[in-house]
Ligand binder design. Sequence first.
Ligand code: L34
Length: 298
Amino acid sequence: MGAKIIDGKQVAAQIREELKAEVIALKAKNIVPGLGVILVGEDPASKSYVSAKEKACGEIGIFSDDNRLPAETTQDELLSLVDRMNKDPKINGILVQLPLPQHIDESAILLAIDPDKDVDGFHPMNVGKMVVGEDAFLPCTPHGVIQLLQRSGVETSGAHVVVVGRSNIVGKPVANMLLQKKDGANATVTLCHTRTRDLAFHTRQADIIIAASGWPNTVTADMVKEGAVVIDVGVNRVEDASRERGYRLVGDVDFDAVKEKASLITPVPGGVGPMTITMLLYNTVESARRANGDYCTE
Ligand code: L34
């Protein structure tokens, strides 16, 4: 058989076009959405993600305030930059790219971000609102996953979704979002993790698998039910001497084998990654609208 490939770049491009039109409408009211970007340290993957985010902002007309700080930056220095951005009316969203260096307390930083500018949806206030089903900024990767499912015509209502991975960035929020009593959700959710006994037993029951373990080949073909939908959130760099960069990107799913069993599957790259960036743009535009008393109608 062979699965249909979900083209994340194409879905992302479509949403970005929608956002571009909204940014133009905001500009007619003299509102330019602004994103404050903070990257601490030199992690190569983080640098490339942050650059891609800033480029995407520019393409749709969001202003971005780029702040690249050395790895030795102290927690107090970072807190004062966040505080400055909290107070700056030109900044509607604040992105502190994770992970942060070891000596900085990540949760202290996330807690310091004004929840109304928390376009990553990582502040406990927004996490809590999301869990109880109130309007909140939704974290970008899980929101991107849900948009991919919706826009590919995948029915989540009543479906059994098995999430593999319990991170705060992906596994926990995506599981919570999919069990909400809302359109695009209403799923029966199983959340698996490193201490799950017999992972394959669970994944084989799934109508939809969301792989977010952070390890290549976590989901292999024998773990997938015929016709399942497979969303691969992983972005792993594996050494590859045949590539100019010296590595290639793989997800958490054994793509070549699993695509023979799945009905729909996301590739890596070109699946969830471009959606993560797009939902950051979405939240930033929404934040600019909210700051100006204009609420999202969705
Ligand atoms: N604060 N930290 C904060 N917010 C986030 O939403 C993130 N995340 C994760 C890591 N830390 C974060 C990202 O931005 C992961 N992530 C992310 C963003 C973009 C891409 C992957 C992960 C992406 O664009 N991936 C491309 C390939 C990129 C490449 O060639 O290296 C793709 O097609 O999958």
